[in-house]
Design a protein. Structure first.
Length: 485
C-alpha cells in the first residue's frame, strides 16, 4: 500500500477502531432506555430503542427506513461477509422492534462481501459491497466489490441481483460510500480506489454511473470516470433534483494550502467539490473542479460527507444581504446551497489525538449560477469534549436545524479510550439571519447502555432522527437510537 493510500486509510480507521467491545454476547433482545439530553437549551431527547447481539454489529453506513417505519441496515457477521437486516416495529408493543435477516452475503467470485451505502427505493434495497465478486488488479485475494439490488420476492423473502461486478484497475474497486439515483434512473456511486494511477498504484478512485438494461433484470451498463487531477479518494455523492446536477466530494486533492502545488502532487491538505458537466463524453463521466477546499475559512480539512442541500437558506429565498460571522455576502435567485463536514481543521491545536489540527467543522458552500462558490464555516467543534471528526450526510428538520454525529470526542473514558465515544449534535440557525449557527443540543455517548461510535448518517422518520452505534448497548454489539426534537 502506498504511503498516500495509508494516510487515507488511517484517516478513516483511526476513528472506527478506537473502541474494543467483546462480541461474545449470545441471543437477541430488546433494550429500551430513555437517556437524558446533554444540553438543556434544546427540548430534545436521545432514546435507545434496540440493542444488537452477537457478531451482528451494525456498520453504520446506509441506515434506511421504509414508509411504514421498518429500518434496513448493514452489519458485520460471523463469517465476515456481512448481512442486511431489518428492524420491524412491533405493532403490539410500540417502541419495540423485531430483528430479521434480509440477506447473508457469501463472498467469493459470485457474491459480494462487506455491504455498505444502502438506498431504499419503492421497497427495493440497493447497495454496494466493498469486497467480494470478481478479482482484478490490486484485489486478487478478496474481490473488487459489487453493486447489488435486493427485491421482495412475494413469498416473504428477498431476491438478490448483482448489478455490477467491479474489475479493479481502470474500472475501480472498493466502493464504500452512498448511492444515489438521478432523475433519469441512473445509479451513481464512487470507488475509493482504482481508476487513474496518477496518485499511486492503488489508484485515485472513480465515479461510476450504472444504467439499467432496457429489458430483463441482468447487469447494468457502467460508465466510469477516473479521478486524479480533479480530486482523489472520493467519499460521497449527492444529486440535486432541482437543478439535475450531481456533486461529488473527495477526501484529498486540491491545491496544497502551504505550497500552492496543484493536484495531485500535494493532496494531503484537503479535498474538492466536483460537479458533473457532461452526461456522456467518450462513454465516460466528465467532471470539472468547482472548489478546492483549502479556501475554506478556518482551514477545514478532509471532507468526509456527501453534500446535502441547505433548506434554510434555499427556502428563505434570500435576495439581500446575509451576515455570517461579521462578513457579509450577497445572495440571489438561482444560487445553490450545500452543506458538508470535514473530519479535521477548524480551531487550531485541538484534537491532536486524531492526528488532526482541529476537531472538524460543518460548512456551507454557496454557488452562483455563474459557477462561483463561496465557502462559509457554520460550526467548528471546540475541543475533544465538544465532539471530534464529524462525518457522514447531515440531516435537517422543518425548523431548519441541522442534525449530525461525530465519530469521536464527547465522553473520554476507559470504556472508549482517548478518542472518546462520539456524540450526536443539533445546530440551529441564527434567529436574526446574521451570525454563526449555535449548537442547540449535544449528546455524548458513554459506551455503556447507550452505545458508542454513532453512525455517520441519521435518517428521519415521523419527525425524529434515527441512527446506530457500532458498540455498547445491552450486549456490547451496538444500538439503534432515536433523537426526538
Amino acid at each position: 500500500m502506498s504511503s498516500l493510500r495509508l494516510r487515507c486509510a488511517l484517516a478513516f480507521s483511526r476513528r472506527r477502531s478506537q473502541i474494543a467491545v467483546p462480541w461474545a454476547a449470545i441471543g437477541l433482545a430488546i433494550f429500551l432506555s430513555h437517556v437524558p439530553l446533554g444540553d438543556t437549551r434544546a427540548a430534545a431527547t436521545l432514546t435507545t430503542l434496540y440493542s444488537f447481539a452477537g457478531a451482528d454489529v451494525p456498520s453504520g453506513k446506509g441506515l434506511v427506513v421504509s414508509p411504514t417505519g421498518t429500518f434496513y441496515g448493514a452489519a458485520k457477521s460471523p463469517n465476515d461477509n456481512g448481512i442486511i437486516y431489518a428492524l420491524t416495529p412491533d405493532p403490539q408493543h410500540p417502541g419495540q422492534y423485531t430483528f430479521s435477516l434480509v440477506r447473508s452475503f457469501a463472498g467469493g467470485p459470485d457474491d459480494g462481501a462487506g455491504p455498505t451505502g444502502l438506498l431504499l427505493v419503492n421497497g427495493v434495497v440497493y447497495g454496494a459491497t466493498t469486497t467480494g465478486g470478481h478479482t482484478g488488479t490490486h484485489c486478487l485475494g478478496t474481490g473488487c466489490g459489487t453493486v447489488f439490488r435486493l427485491a421482495p420476492n412475494g413469498k416473504g423473502g428477498w431476491t438478490e441481483t448483482i448489478l455490477h461486478f467491479f474489475a479493479g484497475g481502470a474500472d475501480g474497486y472498493l466502493p464504500n460510500t452512498n448511492l444515489v439515483f438521478d432523475g433519469k434512473g441512473h445509479l451513481y456511486g464512487v470507488t475509493s480506489t482504482g481508476g487513474s494511477t496518477a496518485c499511486g498504484t492503488d489508484g485515485c478512485g472513480t465515479v461510476f454511473r450504472l444504467t439499467a438494461p432496457k429489458t430483463g433484470n441482468g447487469a447494468w451498463s457502467p460508465n466510469i470516470a477516473k479521478l486524479g487531477a480533479d480530486g482523489l479518494f472520493p467519499v460521497g455523492v449527492a444529486f440535486d433534483s432541482s437543478t439535475g446536477r450531481l456533486f461529488v466530494t473527495t477526501m484529498l486533492g486540491g491545491k496544497g494550502a502551504a505550497s500552492g502545488v496543484d493536484r495531485p502532487k500535494s493532496p494531503e491538505k484537503c479535498g474538492d467539490l466536483l460537479e458533473e458537466l457532461s452526461k456522456n463524453v467518450d462513454q465516460r463521466l466528465a467532471f470539472a473542479l468547482a472548489l478546492a477546499c483549502e479556501s475554506l475559512q478556518n482551514s477545514g480539512q478532509y471532507p468526509d460527507s456527501a453534500f446535502v442541500p441547505n433548506p434554510w437558506l434555499a427556502h428563505a429565498g434570500l435576495k439581500g444581504r446575509f451576515g455570517f460571522g461579521g462578513d457579509e455576502m450577497r445572495t440571489g435567485a438561482g444560487d445553490t446551497y450545500l452543506l458538508g463536514t470535514t473530519t479535521g481543521g477548524g480551531i487550531p491545536d485541538q484534537c491532536a489525538e486524531f492526528g488532526n489540527n482541529g476537531c472538524g467543522m460543518v460548512y456551507e458552500l454557496v454557488g452562483t449560477p455563474a459557477g462561483k462558490w463561496t465557502p462559509l464555516p457554520i460550526y467548528s467543534f471546540q475541543n475533544l469534549a465538544d465532539g471530534a471528526a464529524p462525518s457522514g450526510t447531515l440531516s435537517n428538520d422543518p425548523s431548519n436545524n441541522i442534525y449530525g454525529t461525530t465519530s469521536g470526542g464527547g465522553t473520554i473514558s476507559t470504556q472508549c479510550g482517548a478518542f472518546g465515544c462520539g456524540s450526536a449534535f443539533v445546530l440551529s440557525p441564527p434567529k436574526s439571519g446574521k451570525g454563526l449557527w449555535s449548537k442547540a443540543f449535544t449528546y455524548k455517548f458513554t459506551g455503556f447502555a447507550d452505545g458508542a461510535g454513532p453512525s455517520p448518517n441519521l435518517v428521519e422518520f415521523g419527525g425524529a432522527f434515527y441512527g446506530t452505534t457500532s458498540s455498547g448497548g445491552g450486549f456490547g454489539s451496538g444500538t439503534l437510537f432515536k433523537i426526538t426534537p
